[in-house]
Design a protein around this ligand. Sequence first.
Ligand code: 13P
Length: 229
Amino acid sequence: MIFAANFKTNHTRASTQAYVEALEERLATKRPEDRVYLFPPATALDRYKGSFTVGAQNAYPTRNGAVTGEIGVEQLEEFGIKTLLIGHSERRELLQESQTRVAEKFCYFQSLGFEIIYCIGEPLEVREAGEEAVMAHLLGQFEGIDITYDNLIIAYEPIWAIGTGRSATTEEIHTTHQALKQHLARPLLYGGSVKPANIQEIGAIEGVDGVLVGSASLDVERFSQMILA
Ligand code: 13P
């Protein structure tokens, strides 16, 4: 399984450092085939060493230049970072990243060989319109994206399940993952209120290759508990 922690706008450089040290101790007993990723905020990026991969939550598709407030490849290279989250619903919604911008970013980082965790997910009104509407929405989020890229992981995160404490049901995850798998040959993660209490149930669903965890990843004990469950 893949276990990815998205800290979003949480943790500092100091607390991330402490987290990484504590995590590394806990990971001594992790199953060798499991893969762990951490996405700290940009200010906490560093050359952390351990049995996990550190990625960036965002970067601008440029090497360097005049893009106030953004970081580019030069800033990622300083820490040896070659893994990037792209298309998270919070960036699509709060920062108005259109599918065109998301696809441009994807192509740029793909051309540099980055490992990309590409996020897709539908809002509640689309979920309520039924599975067909959900699939049309999700497939629309692959527009301009090379889904055959071999350094790609997809994360399905229904927006209504993010940070709400209400995960999608086993049935909903199963159905949507099975439908997505007909189009994808890459690992597929589920994200949205994954926590120690539901990790075993979610991890056991056919078609779930891992999880992308927000809130429940902020505490190193809870995140390790999920990995070692
Ligand atoms: P929560 O686990 O807090 O619902 O967040 C999920 C998420 O958005 C991970 O990218």
